[in-house]
Ligand binder design. Structure first.
Ligand code: KG4
Ligand code: ZN
Length: 338
């Protein structure tokens, strides 16, 4: 089975092919430079760029794999959550292909794709606990099966990546700042500063990162900006985010005792401190850790094609009435089954 994946939920345009469960090819066009001058993603610019790039990228994907569009068996496209205009650009393109070549369509939940994408080239394990940490989301799921995810917790305000990006912007780093701050943190001492761990002294699995963001910005206003201090600052921020995440994951494991795997995914899963922390945690708890290789942590179409492959194999599909679901709205359980 050859599955095409299309990803346009935010500011990266991606197309990829997964053949019989293996990633055959994946193309990604980042718009980061176009948005960097505005200090964040400009939705209208993002959708326009997706529309401009998609057909060209799809054509390039076919040519470099020496295949014709008609040999694709399934078309999987991110249907949410994301920016509405961006999602519509991808979905309209996918529906056009589905109609033209009479192929089944699958609308993919972007967050589920991040998590299942952590299992590319691995054996997927269920039931599992999944943590998505990205620029727009911080959520914990109980993953029952590839099509059944139960959300156990989410951020009440900022996402983990948003905290990195907003603090980074304040100290003069280009958007998105997470990667650069993590690189700076390598030379720093995580214990040099102590940030508050907001919303951890409770019984639930939700997160809050806006207090951490404010505390970090307030400290940045008064600290010296020497290279050593900045490195310490970034290392302490890495540690604070890792602490908040691991406190909630440990708590989730206490309530979900039949779990034997932990999936960590999303852009912030590229963070060195967070990766180390979850490697230690999963060893200690005797859990299988599924975490993507660095390039697959960020938004990409390989994870969408892979999720499409798994769902199509299990007999699921969507009709042409498939709708985009913007961030903040619940994605309906509307998969059809053969
Ligand atoms: O999953 P993703 O590519 O896009 C969203 O769906 O949001 O995640 C992007 C986020 C940004 O906030 C970026 O700053 C963050 O991931 N990020 C990192 C690192 N690399 C990317 N945050 C912390 N440490 C990193 N190494
Ligand atoms: Zn994402």
């Amino acid at each position: 089975m050859l599955c095409l994946g299309i990803e346009t939920s935010c500011d990266d345009t991606g197309v990829a092919l997964v053949e019989n469960g293996r990633v055959r090819d994946s193309l990604l066009a980042s718009q980061a430079n176009a948005h960097a001058i505005f200090g964040g993603v400009v939705p209208e610019l993002a959708s326009r760029e997706h529309s401009r790039c998609l057909a060209l990228m799809f054509d390039a994907l076919l040519k470099r794999n020496m295949i014709e569009a008609k040999s694709i068996d399934v078309i999987a496209v991110t249907r949410g959550p994301g920016l509405l205009g961006s999602l519509l650009a991808g979905i309209a393109f996918a529906k056009g292909l589905a109609l033209a070549f009479e192929k089944p369509l699958l609308g993919i939940n972007h967050l589920h794709a991040h998590l299942l994408g952590a299992g590319i080239d691995r054996k997927l394990i269920f039931p599992a606990l999944g943590l998505v940490i990205s620029g727009g989301h911080t959520e914990i799921y109980r993953m029952e099966s590839p099509e059944r995810f139960i959300r156990l917790g989410r951020t009440l305000d900022d996402a983990a990546g948003e905290a990195f990006d907003k603090v980074g912007k304040f100290i003069g780093m280009p958007y998105p700042a997470g990667k650069e701050m993590d690189e700076l943190a390598q030379r720093g001492d995580p214990f040099a500063f102590q940030f508050p761990l907001a919303y951890t002294r409770n019984e639930n699995l939700d997160f809050s990162f806006s207090g951490l963001k404010t505390a970090a910005i307030n400290l940045a206003k008064i600290m010296d900006k020497g290279a050593d201090t900045l490195a310490n600052f970034c290392a302490a921020l890495n540690k604070a985010v890792a602490d908040s995440l691991s406190i909630k994951i440990e708590r989730a494991l206490k309530t979900q005792q039949d779990i034997n795997a932990l999936y960590i995914a999303g852009g912030v899963a590229a963070n060195s401190h967070i990766r180390r922390r979850f490697e230690q945690l999963s060893q200690r708890e005797n859990l299988e850790l599924l975490i993507p290789a660095l390039p697959l942590c960020m938004d990409n179409a390989a994870m969408v094609a892979y999720t499409g492959h798994i769902l199509a194999e299990a007999g699921f599909y969507h009709g042409l009435e498939l709708e985009a679901v913007p961030r903040g709205r619940k994605i309906p359980d509307d998969l059809c089954h053969e």
